[in-house]
Design a protein around this ligand. Structure first.
Ligand SMILES: Cc1ncc(COP(=O)(O)O)c(C=O)c1O
Length: 408
């Protein structure tokens, strides 16, 4: 079989690279997250190539997928890390991220997390409020060290995505409003325990409108020039993550276009570019493999009940997110409209409502696609279910990269 990337159909069956998903389900059980090493490598390479003409550090948003084996490959591909907790910082360091390529965002950094990051000598604390700035300065002074910081700016730009994943409007808790940040520059410059090394912003996630990035790049580049004119010696501008992927065939932004859009305004500043991609690296890399438990009909609906639940993949229940759902075996099955639901005792435990699918019956395997980002990393043990296993396929072999552990 020729080397393949990701998930594909072969002889009426779905494969990940050269491994049959039926084989994985039989050997490992379901539900199980399956990742394609070649897809991950391709996604990393495509992003790096798009920005190859300019000094750029992609810092992978660890929240999207924090499996240590996958992280190691991402860091080996030259990525830094964007972390939002002490736990993510520890995982990133253990998986081989360089401390001087780690940025730390988050509206509620704990004292212990700040201390850990100070000791680790990370690239930047992305400060999200004036109060956090004071806290950070005090902790740096107590540790007789200097905290490298950037202001995470809230530019009040509508990223035109789902409001639940919008992070750069004044209605959200994130970042420092741009005018307030201007006023904080002098204060930082006077404080010997703080060093202003950059500016950052993150607009939101699953963004498919290029102009949104264009506006942010222009506004942030202008602000960076103003801040440097005040005497700050910035070294980077971090324009966050947010590039959308095609969950249902929607048009997304080509990475070359994305790069052009950011680099146009940024070049004038001469600053290094940081980006914080999560979804665009990890989403297509993974899928959730699940088995049909059975069917159930009510006067209103036909349900297909699978053995994965919202505890394994939360996005549909949390955001109403769409994931393609495909039978693994492609035998002739009459189409029907069904709700694909899990076993969890919540009405929102529904992966798809009124979805037209080939008729599925007990024992059939089903693949929930594009679940590599915000899939396992959002999984929980709700209903006292074990976390699903994670499997990495590499060519014709596969291995468990995180086992499903029983709770008791
Ligand atoms: C601060 C920050 N950076 C980067 C990301 C990654 O976003 P995405 O996965 O959409 O690229 C997120 C996620 O929302 C985030 O909160």
């Amino acid at each position: 079989m020729n080397a393949r990337v990701g998930f594909w159909q072969h002889s009426a069956e779905t494969y990940c690279e050269s491994v049959s998903l039926t084989r994985i389900a039989e050997e490992i059980g379901t539900p199980v997250y399956v990742y394609s090493a070649a897809q991950l490598e391709r996604n990393c390479r495509s992003l790096t190539a798009a920005f190859s003409a300019y000094p750029t550090l992609p810092c992978f948003a660890v929240k999207a997928n924090s499996n240590p084996v996958l992280l190691k490959r991402i860091f080996e591909a030259g990525f830094g890390a964007d972390v939002v907790s002490g736990g993510e910082l520890r995982i990133a360091l253990a998986a081989g991220a360089r401390a001087d390529q780690i940025v730390f965002s988050g509206v509620g950094k704990l004292e212990s997390e700040i201390q850990l990051a100070l000791q680790s000598k990370i690239l930047s604390f992305h400060v999200e409020s004036a109060e956090e700035l004071d806290r950070l300065a005090a902790l740096a002074q107590r540790g007789a060290t200097v905290a490298p910081i950037s202001f995470r700016i809230n530019p009040n730009i509508d990223p035109k995505t789902d409001p639940k994943i919008t992070t750069a409007l004044y209605e959200t808790k994130f970042g420092i409003p741009e005018p307030e940040a201007r006023g904080l520059v002098e204060k930082v410059l006077r404080n010997p325990y703080l060093k202003l090394v950059g500016l950052s912003c993150h607009l939101g996630s699953q963004i498919t409108d290029r102009d949104v990035f264009g506006e942010a790049a222009a506004r942030m580049s202008q602000l960076a020039q103003e801040v440097m004119a005040l005497g700050a010696k910035l070294s980077f501008l971090d324009l966050g993550g947010g590039v959308g992927v095609s969950y249902r065939g929607e048009k997304t932004i080509a990475l070359e276009d994305y790069a052009r859009t950011l680099l146009g305004p940024l070049r004038k500043t001469g600053l290094k570019l940081l980006i914080e991609p999560g979804r665009v690296v990890a989403a297509t890399t993974g899928a959730l493999l699940t088995r049909v438990i059975g069917r159930k009909r009510t006067p209103a609906k036909q349900f297909v009940i699978v053995d994965a639940g919202m505890n394994d993949l939360l996005r549909p229940a949390l955001y109403g997110a769409f994931h393609r759902i495909e039978p693994v075996a492609t035998r002739e099955m009459p189409p029907e409209k069904v709700d694909v639901v899990g076993p969890i005792c919540e009405t929102t435990d529904c992966f798809a409502a009124d979805r037209e699918l080939p008729m599925l019956t007990a024992g059939d395997l089903v693949l929930i696609r594009d679940a590599g980002a915000y899939g396992f990393s959002m999984a929980s043990t709700y209903n006292s279910r074990p976390l699903p296993a994670e499997v990495l396929v590499d060519g014709s072999s596969f291995r468990i990269i995180r086992a499903s552990a029983p709770l008791v």
